[in-house]
Ligand binder design. Sequence first.
Ligand code: NOJ
Length: 591
Amino acid sequence: MRRLESFKKLNMIKKILGVALALSVMGFSCKSPGKKQTRPTVENSSDQKWWKEAVVYQVYPRSFKDSDGDGVGDLKGIISKLDYIKSLGIDAVWLNPIYTSPNDDNGYDISDYRSIMKDFGTIEDFDALLKGLHERKIKLVMDLVVNHSSDEHEWFKQSRSSRTSPYRNYYHWWNAERGKPAYRWSFFDINSDAWKYDSLTNSYYLHYFSRKQPDLNWENPQLRKEVYEIMKFWLNKGIDGIRLDAFQLASKDTSFPPLPAGYENNIIKYYGMGPHLHDYLQEMNREVFSKYDIMTVAEGAGSSFEDAHALVDPDRNELNMAYHFEGIDFGNFRPDYNLVGFKEIYSRWDSAFAIKGWLSIFLANHDQPRMVSHWGNDDSLFREASSKMLTTFALSMRGTPYYYYGDELGMSNIKFDNIEDYRDIATLNKYKKLKSDGGDLDKYIETQKRASRDNGRTPLQWDDSPNAGFTSGKPWIKVNPNFTTVNAAAQEKDSNSVLNYFRKMVKLRRENEVLVYGLYTLLDKDNPDVYAYTRELNGKKFLVLLNFKSKATTVDTGGIDLSKAKILISNYASTSVDNKLQPYEAVIYEL
Ligand code: NOJ
């Protein structure tokens, strides 16, 4: 009831803000953070939606829990841990791809979109998992990879078999008698070349990712229809959402003109948001999404606010939300990244979506190193405090938080010394390329300790038994040796653990819509150590203070009187006073 009234008020404000909105759309990219805002950005005034209020917990199935001792996590393993997932208080689980796949890129290369990868189990296991989640009132978001398939998919086998195959047009082919197609850079190819010559039909095919991930041809209406049927197959089973992998790359200029030199430094500008992307999304929405109560999220949001808005503006009927990469890509994995720049990015994006559209917030996922190693400090002295501080940030910003498995324990980068320990195609292929070019391999291994995706893919540390209780067999990737101290069982027993802090923070967000919808205002924007902001909604005002550094410091809140403020959560037993903050201290006050 209270919420309904809040939203009635919001709708009034929305009307008043009509003009302001039009102006703000035009001024998005020049807005500077922390400046006194001239328009009354109150809060996102679109309708209240479950997917805006949800906390999404990401499960990387390969590494969550193995039930059969083959060293690979599986669906039965996840089922055995559903009560743990429920205990986190989260609303939805996002599962990385679980479809049949030869695993060139850990499931992001799908060879059958309607069956489950053998390593992970069966379709019956899937049904049981979905039922178990729904019984616990947890929604399920599936990852759908349709910018490309596996080269072992039947479509591709048919497509490559002859130039006249009815499936030829499901992929992008270039007949070799036309000469070599204009160069396209590839993310994972060992030579960074996205065109692969195939002698069978004397043609090249396009693969923005690995050679085993040929790009699907979205210009072909038949292909689009097939994808919509796949989506309906899973939605009819009752899943609650879809994450569209790499979808900003789906539409291409199929004349494949030469691109300017050095374009690979701005890949999204040249590969993203192709000519018909919005047509495809609107068709997809019409044909599929509009028929279900689901959430849809795109990986990637183009290269400007306008691109991002076009994807998620509710009036356009495309997607519900997107996630941009500017925040996660900032700082080049340097531990001494510039906090002022970090704040500027998050504030600018918040401002651009203050009135219309919706984004997600995340500090880690399966393509990133661990949250605490990347943005905090994994030294044993600071691992716990900085994990909690980052959790406070991720769950107190506007936008739907996506929180990665294991971060709730403060799991950290494994930092392998040897290339033999790595499993990720991105790390391995770059290594091979560097080796053949005579590059500095030791330096490369050092950077991978900070940057490799494998750092974030090690098995969940359940307890201090062998292999952290993840498997009774040999894990597909090594377990982080710190599992003897960093594990869920130990943290269950400790009310001050990182795990229990995460639970408290999730609860705080769920119980306070001000943390979901409230106006965000950055304070002390040039402070190099502290990220401080307020969130406000309907007379309720929270102050969030986060020390991102390993030293004690101070913050200038512009004279906010804290004498009567109530501490809602804090990661230190005794919270600092007088605007002083201890290393990695996090505190949220109600003012
Ligand atoms: C983005 C996914 O998150 C990543 O893991 C994958 O390698 C690429 N897309 C290709 O599917």
